[in-house]
Design a protein around this ligand. Structure first.
Ligand SMILES: NC(=O)c1ccc[n+]([C@@H]2O[C@H](COP(=O)([O-])OP(=O)(O)OC[C@H]3O[C@@H](n4cnc5c(N)ncnc54)[C@H](OP(=O)(O)O)[C@@H]3O)[C@@H](O)[C@H]2O)c1
Length: 273
């Protein structure tokens, strides 16, 4: 049984690959650029572009399980070729599918819902790894985070726990037709997150709370467009209840407690030094 992992070079996908390998599965990884994939030994790396289903025959050949992303391109545009991908999966003999979701359902989710495949949608809340993307450079350079909404709560999830759920669902089955919200083990404020990260990195990290207007001015000054600025103000200022309400899905599916932010921070501390 071969499992195809799409998004395999991404934040979550790399963990899906590792977790499946550790579970003794045969893993095939899809990438648009095999030369730059940097995937571990033992993975079969196959070239293909999800936006162009004609390039995917080799990737799907002989596969029984697939982990799918639902976007295409580096700007996360919703995948328009969902119907063709689901048709290819059915023709190839795929039985189980997991989808890394997190926003409104698009053509991929709709095509899966209309199929006989055993599909499972995984909707994680905020990734702990966003910390790396948003904060690492600033902390290395200045040791101070300047953001609005220091009291904002988030039930952030470790990307390896999203992967552990995907791998368990694909290998063990029994989750067909389910949509799962996935969170970490605790909801914490941004200021608590800064403190925990500082303890892991071994230096005090300052937090300067900006007003909304100061945040807009800062982000615009960094070259962000108005749309992204307003998206961030809304996402950080109005985190929906789902985003800070801890659920037990990771433990129920994998049998293990979800990883804490302190653990994530210890694993990634070097990137902030
Ligand atoms: N960050 C968060 O807090 C958060 C929270 C909830 C949900 N999400 C969701 O998580 C997803 C992002 O996951 P991630 O962070 O793991 O991704 P990522 O690190 O940004 O990696 C993107 C991956 O997508 C692949 N890819 C992009 N376009 C492709 C295409 N046309 N054909 C084949 N592969 C393609 C890339 O592969 P190659 O470059 O190797 O081809 C790469 O492996 C999004 O759907 C987002 O909505 C994020």
């Amino acid at each position: 049984m071969t499992i195809l992992v799409t998004g395999a070079t991404g934040t979550v996908g790399r963990h899906v690959v590792d977790t499946l390998l550790q579970a003794g599965q045969r893993v095939r990884a899809l990438t648009r650029n095999p030369a730059a994939a940097g995937l571990p030994e033992g993975v079969e790396v196959v070239a293909g572009d999800l936006a162009d289903p004609a390039t995917l025959n080799a990737a799907f050949d002989g596969v029984t399980g697939v982990h799918l992303i639902n976007f295409s391109g580096d700007d996360y545009t919703p995948l328009q070729s969902g119907k063709e991908i689901v048709e290819l999966a059915v023709q190839s003999g795929v039985r189980r599918v997991t989808v890394l979701g997190g926003r409104a359902d698009g053509p991929l989710e709709q095509a899966l819902a209309a199929s006989d495949l055993e599909w499972t949608l995984l909707n994680p809340v905020e990734f702990m790894s966003n910390t790396l993307k948003w904060w690492a450079e600033t902390i290395r350079a200045e040791g101070v985070i300047r953001e609005p909404f220091g009291g904002r709560l988030s039930a952030m999830i470790h990307e390896a726990d999203i992967a552990a759920v995907a791998a368990t669902v694909l290998v063990e089955g029994g989750h067909g037709g389910k949509t799962y919200t996935l969170t970490g083990p605790e909801a914490m404020t941004t200021t608590e997150k800064v403190r925990i990260l500082g303890a892991a990195v071994g230096k005090e990290i300052g937090f300067v709370e900006l007003s909304e207007e100061q945040a807009r001015a800062k982000w615009r000054g960094e070259g962000m467009g108005d749309e992204l600025v307003e998206f961030l103000i809304d996402a950080l200022g109005n985190t929906p209840e789902l985003g800070y309400t801890v659920v037990s899905t990771v433990r129920e599916i994998t049998g293990r407690a979800p990883r804490t932010f302190a653990q994530w921070a210890a694993e990634n501390a070097d990137a902030f030094r």
